[in-house]
Design a protein around this ligand. Sequence first.
Ligand code: GDP
Ligand code: MG
Length: 213
Amino acid sequence: MSETYDFLFKFLVIGNAGTGKSCLLHQFIEKRFKDDSNHTIGVEFGSKIINVVNKFVKLQIWDTAGQERFRSVTRSYYRGAAGALLVYDITSRETYNALTNWLTDARMLASQNIVIILCGNKKDLDADREVTFLEASRFAQENELMFLETSALTGENVEEAFVQCARKILNKIESGELDPERMGSGIQYGDAALRQLRSPRRAQAESVQECGC
Ligand code: GDP
Ligand code: MG
């Protein structure tokens, strides 16, 4: 299989234990629900190439692998992440109340420009809901987060969450707001794009100059 891509983004999945972070990662990579009989050592890492606005983006996604149970998600876990899924469980207000702490850590320990999408997971358990969509979308707005409700069980909005976050990062690269070459940006160039994407405007200008017609 081809490993050609334009960009590589480091992503994190953060939020309280039990919110479904590992299941979201598994659903995104494997396109199926990770059932409970299947929790051996816990996936700590996954990667997948997605196509976003005509660019191939390789997402390298880190899962806490249970560290959050001990409130010991390390500094090195956060370092240099370009994007994050911040997950709470719509059936647990406690996990929603913890969001502010997660946000503080992410903004302090990851890249200052980290792009975060808030995911209200377990959307399929609407009957047990403790957090309304409206309330969470206000929180997202106030904190400049994108927001989706997801279900790692049915797969609803799972791919979308990763894609929307990646799209926002790409937009920021194209507008110049994010510099992929800055240390710790969480972004790398892939082979596919290496030269001409390094400076799209310069590349365009060069190609005009080089045109002999
Ligand atoms: P983590 O601790 O955040 O990694 O959470 P897990 O991915 O291990 O999931 C915790 C529990 O929630 C497990 O029992 C999962 O089967 C369940 N779970 C995860 N996502 C969903 C979901 O979208 N819907 C439902 N109904 N259960 C889910
Ligand atoms: Mg987990």
